[in-house]
Design a protein around this ligand. Sequence first.
Ligand code: DGY
Length: 421
Amino acid sequence: MRDLDTTSSPDDQARAILTGNDRGGYTVPTAGLYPYQWNWDSAFAALGFATFDIDRAWAEVETLFTGQWKNGMVPHILFHKPDPGYFPGPDVWGCHGPIPSSGISQPPVAATFIRHIFDADPDRGRARLEALFPKLTAWHQWFMNWRSDEGAICITHPWEAGRDNAPDWDGAMAAITPDGVGEYQRRDLGHVDAAMRPTKEDYDRYIWLVQRGRRLGWNEAKLAEARPFMVADPTMTFVLMRANTDLLAMAKAIGQPTDEIEAWAHTLTQGAASLWNADIGAFDSRNVLTGVRTGTVSNASFLCWYAGLEASEALPAFDRIAAAAPFGVPSYDPAAANFDSRRYWRGPSWPMLNMAIAWGLSEQGYTDRAEALRASTADLLTRHGFYEYFDPTDGHPAGGSNFTWTAAIWLAWASPNAGDA
Ligand code: DGY
């Protein structure tokens, strides 16, 4: 995309990013590095569009669901148009959904943002919600069928959590020997400094897992027989728990049955509780194959409030980390020896998760913390622009620029004008 006109207001710049990344019915996260429709990026985009163009917001999620598989899964990437600048593309994934896609999913934030869009104008949104509702329900059902470990929602590939190289997966990834992965050429390093991206050791395992999925035809029953990687993840668990609450509210609003959704809520609440780790005073991940707790305090740990939990027991860890990282919330504990302030999910702060954390803090009545987080995120974005992520120690911008979800959360939450639309 062209350089932004930095003399215009941040609100105008954010809108220009969304419309500039619009490829017609769907939005790319950023030109170059991520040239397709990504699942949760797209839901955030819809939230941003809703601040100035409700129809376009609905279209974004409707396009996302055109990629839904027969089993209910909504892929993490939809390859609408070929783009040789990205690896691994559709030929590597080898999937057979209605649109060329990846074979894994991503945190299901969609129901939450769809509720937000619906609530903005229920009369206008009703028919569109009625059409999306069974699709959303089928997707949530897919998580409960194939990704639940006693209610804690698991990932089967690090990309499924969206937190690709988080330290949460280190133990489980080390157990994989990526034999036979072969030669391949990464494309991400042509767009972003290698020090800000996952390592080759990580990438070999990412691709090895994709090759296994492809070999097994992305058949969940076959994939589940001897999983080489399965980790119960706070991102997935808390996001689905929240999404399910929002799905329930929408079911009531449009007169749909609620029994099944209520049963999932019960299971998810138990699953979420199982991720509490008293040793570290925070929610963390669990390697399902070994039962080992990861001991990792991340920004996903602090989605507990967004999930709807009161969780005052997690506040001391949040406060400790907020004091240690002036440009938070860091994706990993700055006190940890392997904290890496600019490397993707091993340190940097991610503005879109800041929004989710702050929504949760505010809903649980921790409003001062929520407002401090909004103000510090707003400061970061007005100073440096709408980057993908930031160094939490000095605020240095990192990853892709003109980033869709960063612009979206500016409009929906961080901007002083958010909420006026
Ligand atoms: C990538 O290509 O880095 C993505 O995070 C995978 O979804």
